[in-house]
Design a protein around this ligand. Structure first.
Ligand code: PLP
Length: 396
């Protein structure tokens, strides 16, 4: 008898693992590797937040606390949602989890019965499909149109609905494409969700990484009916450069939060109390430091686009948000001289030949793209692009 359960066997390992292992081996062999692969800010956690955690330890906040999270943190989150997103949630409508990843997976475990379908627009963050499967659900991946910057339309969503559809994943700002759904686009999706009584899991983790004066719209803010069908997920990893602290949260109607509480209570209890106190400090004393991080990211974004604009074989989706640029490599694939048939082959060859890490589109369900992260210094970006140019010049 197999010791590992089928549901685990059916869950894929991260596609990027082999590439990052190879990059590590190159580094250990003394090679200079440039990485456009990073999914986290390259800054250390702001000092004021670390001070908040140290003060929490000194004050003895090192014990178990409420399963849904420290009350003062839930209060601070409620205030944030009110002020930033125009949303009013009570204390029984918020739960704190170990990262947004855990908010998403606990939410799915809470709402899915075996065989329930979850709509996932493609390209998607790979954990969505695997989380749905692990929760007993069936991912229904929806093809989107590159001409529409890969945003799912209300028609595409409607066409994917069956009598088994329970929920849809909605990520805006979108990883990996860097696009932002407009209020009108969200309204159209919300109308379909409400009419078909489908829950929307709104992953807003990249909320603050929005450029050109735009602002993310929370789908839950579009009216009481859609708010009642939405599980809003956000977290501290990206905004506050707190990836290692593991702090995220969900806001949803009380019945769903009560279900999530039951699961969390029997599994992890709650995220580290010290981390939660750091989260309170992060929200309550949020200041210029976050704006400064976003300003630096914006500079890099422009720097990266300037370099991309000079490479005729590559095109890209305009990155309105996140810290990623989704680059179309179909011209390289079509050019037989390269002998490259997919994003994966492109990423692999670029790493082997020029020691540049990129994430192949396959990691997000598509084959003719690669994702470049600008969570790295301007110097690294310039060096990385020198190498990409050399790669494209030498490969043919
Ligand atoms: N959602 C998306 C789209 C992400 O890209 C990530 C992290 O890469 C997460 C959620 C998870 O973030 P956390 O560190 O809060 O678990």
């Amino acid at each position: 008898r197999a010791r590992v359960a089928e549901k685990v066997e059916n869950c894929i390992d991260s596609l990027t693992l082999s590439l990052s292992e190879k990059a590590k081996a190159f580094r250990e062999a003394g090679e200079s590797v440039v990485s456009f692969g990073t999914g986290e800010p390259d800054f250390t956690t702001p000092e004021y937040i670390c001070d908040g955690a140290k003060a929490a330890i000194d004050a003895g906040h090192t014990k178990y606390d409420a399963v849904t999270g420290v009350a003062a943190l839930r209060n601070a989150i409620a205030k944030k949602l009110r002020e930033d997103n125009g949303l009013s949630y009570g204390m029984d409508e918020i739960i704190v989890n170990s990262g947004a990843k855990s908010s998403l997976s606990v939410a799915l475990q809470t709402i899915l019965n075996p065989g329930d379908e979850v709509i996932i627009p493609k390209p998607y963050w790979v954990s969505y499909t695997e989380m749905v499967k692990l929760a007993g659900g069936v991912p229904v991946v929806v093809d989107t149109d590159p001409e529409n910057a890969f945003k799912m339309t209300a028609e595409q969503m409607k066409a994917a609905i069956t009598d088994k559809t329970k929920a849809m994943m909605l990520n805006t700002p979108v990883n990996p494409t860097g696009v932002l759904y407009s209020r009108e686009e969200l309204q159209a999706l919300a109308d379909v969700a409400v009419a078909a009584d489908i829950l929307v899991i709104a992953d807003e983790i990249y909320e603050e990484f929005v450029y050109d004066g735009n602002k993310m719209v929370s789908i839950a803010s579009l009216g009481e009916a859609i708010k009642n069908n939405t599980i809003l997920v956000n977290g501290f990893s990206k905004t506050y450069a707190m990836t290692g602290w593991r702090l995220g949260y969900a806001a949803a109607p009380a019945d769903i939060i009560a279900g999530m509480k039951r699961i969390q209570g029997h599994t992890i209890s709650h995220p580290s109390t010290i981390t939660q106190y750091a989260g309170i400090t992060a929200l309550e004393e949020k200041g210029e430091v976050v704006n400064e991080i976003i300003r630096i990211f914006d500079e890099r974004r422009r720097g990266m686009m300037a370099r991309l604009d000079k490479i005729s074989q590559l095109s890209y989706i305009y990155p309105q948000s996140t810290f990623y640029i989704f680059v179309d490599i179909s011209q390289v694939i079509e050019d037989n001289r390269y002998g490259i048939a997919s994003g994966y082959e492109f990423s692999q060859r670029l790493l082997n030949e020029q020691k540049v890490v990129t994430i192949p589109g396959e990691a997000f369900g598509v084959t003719e793209h690669i994702r470049l992260s600008f969570a790295t210094s301007m110097e690294e970006i310039e060096e990385g692009f020198n190498r990409i140019e050399a790669f494209l010049a030498s490969a043919c």
